[in-house]
Design a protein. Structure first.
Length: 247
């Protein structure tokens, strides 16, 4: 009976792991494909661009929240994991998400912002105009402060992936990797605070405040993740350094 029960628990745990991995992959796919899908809907099927942008932004935000929540799901396979284990999993999901964003959406905006601004009705540029329309018109003017912030974000992505590579090479034993990843969190706090403050204290001239999605989803909640997750990363990093520095 005991052997039978243990076998059953093991099967459930393996099934949980499979389901968790599948859910994470599906959520990552939603995040990665939501912007191109929005462009296809508007330019391939004549969907309303404003409604589509709102739907994609909401889906994008919810998918990120779901992805970051997966280490905390009440699954049998996760029951033996400590809080630190779960926080680390959450942080590494975040690292993959944010560093990839820096080196794709933000990097290409830096390189192509003039053509993007001149092409609001082009399908390829709609990947950025979904956010620019109502979310933040500063991306249509490319003011020097925003350009500087985006350069900092791209460099932060390079530092972050360097940290992940060092972490992988050291199998999680390198304090240098941890410090690099913590450094990206500090940069996120700084750049996002400036990004928010420069718009809020100026009275939201570039955000459509009459729209709930534009103000709360696109601008505040979506960008707000870059003010919340850095604190989680810093807590994880401090605890990890204590372990790495302990003889």
């Amino acid at each position: 009976m005991t052997d039978s029960g243990s076998a059953g628990n093991g099967q459930r745990a393996r099934l949980d792991v499979s389901r968790l991995g599948g859910a994470q992959l599906a959520t990552i796919a939603v995040i990665a494909l939501s912007l191109p899908a929005g462009a296809v809907a508007v330019f391939g099927f004549d969907a309303d661009r404003g409604t589509t942008a709102d739907a994609v932004s909401t889906l994008f935000f919810l998918a990120i929240v779901v992805l970051l929540s997966t280490p905390w799901w009440p699954l049998d396979s996760l029951s033996g994991r400590t809080t630190m284990d779960r926080v680390q999993s959450m942080c590494f999901l975040w690292f993959g998400l944010t560093f990839t964003t820096h080196l794709t959406w933000e990097l290409f905006w830096l390189l192509l912002h003039d053509p993007i601004v001149r092409s609001p009705d082009a399908a390829w540029a709609y990947l950025w105009w979904m956010y620019i329309d109502g979310g933040d018109l500063r991306y249509a003017t490319a003011d020097p402060t925003l350009v500087t912030q985006e350069i900092l974000s791209v460099l932060n992505g390079v530092v972050g992936f360097t940290g992940l590579f060092v972490w992988w090479r050291s199998r999680g034993r390198s304090p240098v990797a941890t410090l690099l990843l913590m450094a990206t969190a500090v940069v996120h706090l700084y750049s996002t605070s400036v990004y928010f403050g420069s718009e809020i204290f100026d009275g939201f001239p570039n955000v459509e405040t009459a729209s709930f999605v534009d103000l709360w989803i696109k601008f505040l909640l979506l960008n707000g993740l870059w003010l919340v997750m850095p604190w989680v990363v810093l807590w994880w990093g401090w605890k990890t350094l204590q372990r790495q520095w302990t003889p």
